[in-house]
Design a protein around this ligand. Sequence first.
Ligand code: ZN
Length: 325
Amino acid sequence: MAKINTVLGPIAPENLGLTLPHEHIIAAYPGWECDPLTRPYNQEKIVSACLKNLEPVKQFGVRAIIDATPVDLSRNVAVMKGVSEKLQINIVCATGRYTEAEGKWIYFQRRENVKIGNMQTEIYEGIMQEINYGIGQTGIKPGVIKVATGLNKIAPCEEATLKAAAQASRETGVPITTHTEDGTMGPEQADILISEGAAPEKITIGHMCGNASLDYHLDVLKRGVYIAFDRFGIEMKIKDQTRVATLIGLLEKGYANRILLSHDCMAAVYGRGGRMPMEEAIKFKNWSFTNIFTNILPALKNAGISDEQIKTMMVDNPRHFLSGD
Ligand SMILES: [Zn+2]
């Protein structure tokens, strides 16, 4: 029985419980740290802000969260640990990297350009370092590997990361969770990961709910991987109503055992604060850590989806994805 690594240490798979498998405790796009007007960092205040946003999930029985923040989006496991201790919810953190366009790549690109290092090898070594010895000096070990690709293409840095992640997963059994841009490149991600040796049941192709085509979902599912409907509440390009309709279509075809549900929500962000104008904010009005419980599950139940199917998606699939059990 494989244990699941959380920021408070390993737990038995049966203790995982109801899980939100793609959220962020704190994250930000690179560059905020160079903004002289950024808010001063105060860990205690950040943890309190996170707790305020996350506290409501407890009433719905959430027992665990996978924080899918890659290293280069300012992953902070000390904040995750503080939140986990105070909230009494398990948090599984990630190793791995973000897209070529929005992550931090110049360091590895330069090393490869002047032939000091090979990017894929060096990313693999970094992933293995964190899996085997923990993140920095914290002793906290990641429970998932994050990989990401851009819109309609897989850039060289992304391909190197996919291959490095597959190799690390093959050797350690740590599963892989992906970012697709608007649900594109799902089959291609799965093919690279599987051909490089990752087991299909240790792969979750993320943000697939950005695509409303059943055929597209089935094309990814036939590879044996999990897919994630993990952006409920982000109604910028696609409405939750559309996501729900696609999800019901897949559930009716018997895929409850291959689908994960989450929000891709952030409890806190680094950098300047501020508010969006109303016309933008409206696209995120349902974006919270409880949207699935207050809006999505009732819609699914109305359509005849059973409690058993919901338990499969929210309890059994995250446990099996993380531990194999
Ligand atoms: Zn995310």
